[in-house]
Design a binder for this molecule. Sequence first.
Ligand code: GDP
Ligand code: MG
Length: 597
Amino acid sequence: IDQTNIRNFCIIAHIDHGKSTLADRILEHTGSVAKRNMQEQLLDDMELERQRGITIKARAVAMTIQHKGTTYELNLIDTPGHVDFQYEVSRSLNCCEGALLLADAFQGVEAQTVATGYAAIEHDLDIIPVVNKIDLKHQRADEVVQEMEQTLGVDAEDVVRVSAKTGINIDGLIDAIVTKIKPPEGDAKAGLQAMIFDSHYDEYRGAITYVRIMNGTVRKGQKVRMVRANTIHEVVEIGQFRPQQTPCDELRAGQVGYLVCNIKSLNDVNIGDTVTLNSEKDIEPLPGYHEPKRMVYCGLYPSDGQDFKELREALEKLAINDPSFEFAPESSEALGFGFRCGFLGMLHMEVVQQRLEQESDVDLVQTAPNVTYEVLTKRGEILHIHRPQEVPDSGDIEEFRQPIVRVNLIQPEEFVGPVMKLCNERRGLLQNTEYLSATRVMLSYDLPLAEVIYDMHDRLKSITRGYGTMDYDMVGYFMADLVRMDILVNGNKVDALSVICHRADADRRGRAVVKKLKEEIDRHMFEVAVQAAIGSRVIARETVKAQRKNVTAKCYGGDISRKRKLLQKQKAGKKRMKSVGSVDIPQKAFMSILSTG
Ligand code: GDP
Ligand code: MG
């Protein structure tokens, strides 16, 4: 195929605005999938994606089409829309010349429409603004076009109106893709430079690396070198996703596809690395991607100490499919040996935890997630705090700093009051107010990340009846009056239960936490004292009273099946339990800290 007839593009949008559905329609329209093989959201083939109806991994698909007598190759990269997965979006943008920027004809421009739109503009992509779902009865496409003009500076005339569901005007969209997106640059005769933008682990064939060829040509059987990793491999298969893996003989500058090189060690595949031919000695690596920013950390521990090795293997396997996730061994007095894991956000954390439990057979105890902090010590060193246990004694702290994010919130005008109240309660500072249209307003606030990640999105949704959306970007670390609050169970400090919070909130949180723990911890044969403390000062206390009689006692004379059920329930509860001293603390307790924020 002639390089001038290649178009590489991605679809970006706010979640649920129809990216995956549009990808399906384009695949169908170009004859890449027969209608009878069509299932909804074809590209979301990870089990979890189907369950949740969201796109987690970006996917790349090659299509061949005839348009006005010319053959074109379209490479479509489907991206996830959730704020946690911004990192995947940015990697996809690096491999494209164009982007379809989608907005729902009813919902209009939302927070991630703006965030991903700006990212595409920054990457210099040709942008085709698209209003989707024009089949909806309550569509307000004309207003949405205005909102796109206002927020993204696009030209109203350039907006393509489609329905991904019913297929209205997919033709017009293909025409826009072919005529408005520039063909890839690059020289097929130059030395090979291919960008690794993703990888995927196949049990039998090893790592499958997704590449965009920037310059040169790669053929099956060649010896290639990963420039940064400085490792050499033979290309055993080369191909494109159509959408199934389809082998081909070569990939040339401008094309997108995959390489199979028999790579068994995940350390040999670095996302963002450059692939070149081993015979090319002085090829420059392409500018790589940014390191993903892990925003949230938590501890993952096997609920049964013997599963430690299994957990490590499961984490390693997961990491090759998800380079944005990181883990390192840690230990806790209360929980024993486990791992400190870093995530892009809360949804990412949930997804990883679910995948671990689904794809391998380990039972996890998870500690309450926290953001990272910086501590400047009296001796002048800067500590990067990934877990509350690492916070030094207050006497050694010169300055405690927390991450601050700029949050953009978009909502109908009538909700501006409640949203401002929410942001103020969470120590936000208003930075800007902007009307996107007569009825929709974007507020920009600087807020502590810790106040944003846990439940801010849920709260926003509930106070705006679902209409509010938000997105955030890191601003930096700033000084705050923070303290480490410890939890003691019968006088023993449970390190995995410590939290970092604002000094002014400590009393309230301390009381809430011990109350919650009192509910979670079952009665023992003896009294259990639960205390919250800052340093040596106890700020709250609750007591779990001693057990009076056997729980099954009340079943005597009753029916046996009820008694069995009760015992089974107890057993299941036991499984996810950790003993501290002689007190059993259930898994739920380690997370319950969160819901008291
Ligand atoms: P994504 O999160 O952007 O990938 O969105 P999806 O493609 O998963 O679509 C979200 C929801 O919107 C699904 O229930 C789709 O069936 C629906 N949807 C997508 N496009 C259209 C459309 O053109 N019209 C209507 N009525 N619904 C659509
Ligand atoms: Mg999707």
